[in-house]
Design a protein around this ligand. Sequence first.
Ligand code: GCU
Length: 347
Amino acid sequence: MEKSKEEAVKGKRNILAAGLILALSASVWGCQSREKGAGEENVPEFVLTYAENQAEDYPTTQGAYRFAELVKQRTGGKVEILINAEGILGDERTVIEQLQFGGVDFARVSLSPLSEFVPELNVLQLPYLYTGAEHMWKVLEGEIGDSFLGSFEGSSLVALSWYDAGARNFYNSVRPIEKLEDMKGLTIRVQESELMSDSIRVLGAVPKQMAYGEVYSGLQTGEIDGAENNWPSYESTRHYEVARYYTIDEHTRVPELQLAAQSTWDKLPEEYRIIITQCAKESARYERSLWKEREAQSEQNIREAGCIITELSKEEKSRFQAAVMPMYGKYCSDYVDMIDRIVAEGR
Ligand code: GCU
């Protein structure tokens, strides 16, 4: 007899539910220690998941593969980390939530959505905070960066290392942005961050929070007029095909972080934690070297693709800076001394 529509839907739901249970139990199994049987010396003791939302060839993804490779080598194959790129484990916000309960074991995420979970991180993504890449890296690689890595207590997350993501610039499909007034009325996608939404508002545009993976269709359908990101992301996502005006204003430098789930971390023997932390830091150095090359290459490709690139004049940049200044007080009034220390590092 033919199944009724209702039964078919029910059947589908059951299949989905069974799939979910299987996936969950696989992940629970993954981060648990296995009993060793005879001849199992080379079998991993821990099989762990790693979430990454960029494409396979992107510097952060390549950094993740290097991380997994080093960990495997140095634990003699006992810890295996499976990289899931291209956002297949969910958008960044979802991944952070999953990390908090151990549904994902590791991830590389942008500091912007992460700041909603660990608010003091907002300090490090304040608009126009750094004078350039050198300044940011002096901060992140020094005592200040280390103190932020150690400030995740109570978040159910463990911070391992900083990755590079360059500077972010505005782009849109409507007009070149040459002066502050050009921002007026444009709907600009931002990451899931209140600080970023507010920054867009004070610049006269309309913010729209949206997951990274939805931006292309948002631009294509006209749901948003523009977005903001670094050169490699603008290129890799092909946003440049649908939003051809790119303005170099470098309003933020938002670093990335490699994270572990606290619950996974707690299950790992000390010996493996030390190795993993070390490998994360080594993979970060690798990512940074790839980043430099990729940033230059992407800029060149975008220019060759005929996009309309403008650069804010010094005077206009000062106007943008002045407009976003209230963000410092609104989001980081408890960290005035820290901001002063960061600014001092750039002098
Ligand atoms: C960068 C970052 C991503 C992030 C994205 C965004 O590309 O590397 O992790 O998701 O910005 O704008 O959402």
